[in-house]
Design a protein around this ligand. Structure first.
Ligand code: DAT
Ligand code: MG
Length: 151
């Protein structure tokens, strides 16, 4: 619909460590609607494009190599305020600074292995969903629990 969307991704360390179910579960539990989901082997050009804003950072090369080092799980979420809320559930960029109860706070110890990605603005949410998903991979469906989540 016309609602806000976020691109969330379980990074290769999260997949390797067996946290896919737990991570998806946290967003489901919160009430956001799942509109896209796939296991995916990332082409290098896509990782470079996704992190294009960080091209000049000293860690850019290592970041791209990490993201393409194994399969990721691509997650598309929709709902009011989903971008900011997903980032709250994810926690601070450096897992050592992330609060307990957040994904990174509970599951990580280093910024270079921080388990999960979440879009940082509604505009980037749409931009990133366009990068990682084909149009027909995003499913519009009626969430029957809506009246129990939204007034
Ligand atoms: P976030 O993923 O919280 O949106 P970001 O967009 O600033 O953070 O950076 C993207 C990723 O780059 C981040 O998840 C991990 C990596 N990164 C950020 N800062 C870093 C640093 N100082 N050293 C190493 N990797 C870093
Ligand atoms: Mg970011």
């Amino acid at each position: 619909g016309s609602q806000e969307r976020s691109y969330v991704m379980v990074k290769p360390d999260g997949v390797q460590r067996g946290h896919v179910g737990e991570i998806i579960s946290r967003f489901e539990r919160k009430g956001f609607q799942l509109i896209g989901l796939k296991l995916f082997k990332t082409p290098k050009e896509l990782a470079e494009e996704h992190y294009g804003e960080l091209k000049e950072k000293p860690f850019y090369g290592k970041l791209v190599d990490y993201i393409i080092s194994g399969p990721v799980v691509c997650i598309a979420l929709e709902g009011p305020g989903v971008v900011a809320s997903a980032r709250k559930l994810i926690g601070a960029t450096n897992p050592l600074n992330a609060e307990p109860g957040t994904i990174r706070g509970d599951l990580g110890i280093e910024v270079g292995r921080n388990v999960v990605h979440g879009s940082d603005s509604p505009e980037n949410g749409l931009r990133e969903l366009g990068l990682w998903f084909d149009q027909d991979e995003l499913i519009e469906w009626e969430q029957h629990m809506t009246p129990w989540l939204k007034e």
